[in-house]
Design a protein around this ligand. Sequence first.
Ligand code: THG
Length: 367
Amino acid sequence: MAVLSPSRRLRRTPFSDGVEAAGVKAYTVYNRMLLPSVFESVEADYRHLKDHVQVWDVAVERQVELRGPDAGRLMQMLTPRDLRRMLPGQCYYVPIVDETGGMLNDPVAVKLSEDRWWISIADSDLLLWVKGIANGYRLDVLVDEPDISPLAIQGPKADDLMARVFGDRIRDIRFFKFDMFQFMDKDLAIARSGYSKQGGFEIYVDGAEIGMPLWNALFDAGEDLNVRAGCPNGIERIEAGLLSYGNDMTDDNTPHECGLGRFCDTQTAIGCIGRDALLRVTKEGPVQEIRPISIDGDAVGPCDRPWPIFAGGRRVGQVTSAAWSPDFSTNVSIGMVRMTHWDPGAPLEVETPDGMRPAMVQESFWL
Ligand code: THG
């Protein structure tokens, strides 16, 4: 593929200078911003992520901030997950649905206080939808995109690296909780979360000016831990079953089709804009659902368009993400499969760009 032409529309991040100095080899575009996708190679980055610790520029996870007396009410209008028991200091993975129950985004909601929330978004223009709701319902809330840029620290040595920069209190943060820590006189929210299953943290970096100082402090502190620049890894996230909005699901899919039914409390999520539609469409359960699927043969190329899935000559679904897994010695993939063929062990065929491949629905993801 050709290179990306830089321009103001394709936003850099507070960490882009560090990413370039670290030798980034490829970018993708996410929320109109640069997201690194390869440093050494996807396979080498994968091995290093699973064995050491990486610093990820995930500033593309933009925040939609809700501020004001109606912030909590607005947040509940956006999602079928019941937020009534959510406390400040907690993060929730929340499906966001439209009036038809279709997925608009699958962000992490961060509750800073009763009247201040961040929605840490995946790749869709959620800000416009949220502003529209806030204004259409005349809610007493400010909605904007603040200068907050997440930096993820991921890998088995993440606790050790973070303790060196922020102190041992970092080890006490529990999964999907956050606490406040100081860096250069700024209070930063740091959560135990991230788009990998290797463990780690996300630092919500407040203010572009502290981006490179923090980046450098982490690399200085972690030299003997073999810290490297990394990025969400295309192999590891498929093994882990972490979904990618725009790839594995779109606004044509309900949360239930995406396997996100466990994050929906549609009966009690009073106020959710998609509630009536979801109650209707999920009464009898989805007729297709996301599944882990192994694909036989040697390494497949990246899945940049849906690959049809067949069974007995009939189309029964599509694969939307795929990669060769060195640890499992097979191609791992994520696909949407019709209910007649979604049971583990069902023999399938996937039409990849280099031909039909035998494939099989797996019991669970590979981790
Ligand atoms: N962190 C933050 N913002 C994000 C992402 C992130 N925004 C974009 C994108 N990633 C949103 N999508 C996801 C997908 C999966 C998870 C988080 C965000 C995730 N899921 C775990 C799982 O499914 O096992 C845990 C969910 C849970 O138990 O609550 O972590 O990564 N800030």
